[in-house]
Write a protein that binds this ligand. Structure first.
Ligand SMILES: [Zn+2]
Ligand SMILES: [Zn+2]
Length: 292
């Protein structure tokens, strides 16, 4: 399994000299398996760059949305494959109770908010509302889902293929105030032993208590989850738009210090655009993790 990051920022694109190294594009991750099967996780502005790469291939494009917030859909009108005649694009979401959120990917292309109408797109687009755990099953790819603790709801996914695994948990508050959709213990169970955990780590203690309840986790909470769930590699994701490269470097150093001598994870990273994680299954059930 190869995981490539095209957009790692939360809330709003944040280009500029202070964010250039980790990148300013909003959420988008591309997963490829050895047999060519693939999944795009979210369609933030990062999907624009991915589209330039995918336009030269002709395989079916599968987009799996975590939820319909703007920073997870806003790159889609600029995704070049939607302008390719007959290009097959399937869009999935785990949140079946909220069909309107899935439609928002196309609804934003309405001739008024964007100069093109979705019905005029030459690509062959399909929104699939059925249970992804059955509809998105290929020979060697399995997806499981659990509900996010996030205003408006959404889904986290655990993707397994090539004998390896990745959990994509973005826009999730591990310990929210008020009603808890998925408890901390349920998150530990969902992420248990995953080779790569990509988790929202938008906030620091200094953001609290003002942003408690906004639907994002603290760096310290995500560290604890990686440790408790014994994940192989932790990737902190959905960086705050105001977090500078220097501040993310500091979080990275602090993570390395925190995890030194601990049983898990063996690798901890802060997501950066174009970062690539190559997972290879090993006989002992763990994965070899290579970062480029
Ligand atoms: Zn977001
Ligand atoms: Zn959100």
């Amino acid at each position: 399994m190869i995981i490539t990051f095209y957009g790692v920022r939360g809330s709003i694109p944040s280009p500029g000299a202070d964010t250039a190294r980790y990148g300013g594009n909003t959420s988008c991750v591309y997963i490829e398996l050895e047999n060519g099967q693939n999944l795009i996780l979210d369609a933030g502005t990062g999907i624009r760059g991915l589209g330039k790469r995918l336009k030269d291939s002709d395989n079916r494009i599968n987009i799996l949305l975590s939820h319909g917030h703007w920073d997870h859909i806003q790159g889609f009108p600029f995704f070049e494959p939607i302008y390719q005649p007959g290009r097959e694009i399937h869009v999935y979401t785990g949140n079946m109770s909220n069909k309107s959120k899935l439609c928002s990917l196309f609804d934003q292309i309405d001739g008024a908010n964007f100069p093109v109408n979705a019905e005029d797109l030459p690509s062959s687009n399909k929104c699939i509302f059925e249970n992804i755990e059955t509809t998105l099953s290929y020979e060697d790819i399995r997806v499981r889902q659990v509900a996010l603790n996030h205003p408006g709801g959404g889904c986290a996914y655990r993707i397994e293929g090539d004998g390896t695994s990745c959990a994509y948990v973005t826009d999730n508050e591990l310990e929210p105030p008020g009603r808890v959709t998925t408890t901390y213990d349920q998150w530990v169970a969902f992420c248990r032993g995953v080779d790569v955990l990509i988790h929202d780590a938008q906030y620091l203690a200094s953001d609290m208590p003002h942003k408690h309840g906004w639907g994002h986790s603290l760096v310290s909470q995500v560290r604890q989850l990686a440790l408790d769930a014994e994940v192989g590699c932790l990737v902190m994701y959905h960086h705050d738009p105001d977090r500078t490269d220097a501040e993310i470097d500091f979080i990275q150093q602090d993570n390395e210090h925190f995890f030194r001598g601990k049983r898990a994870p063996s690798v901890s990273l802060c997501a950066a655009e174009q970062m690539r994680i190559h997972l290879t299954a090993r006989r002992n059930g763990t994965a070899k993790i290579e970062i480029t």
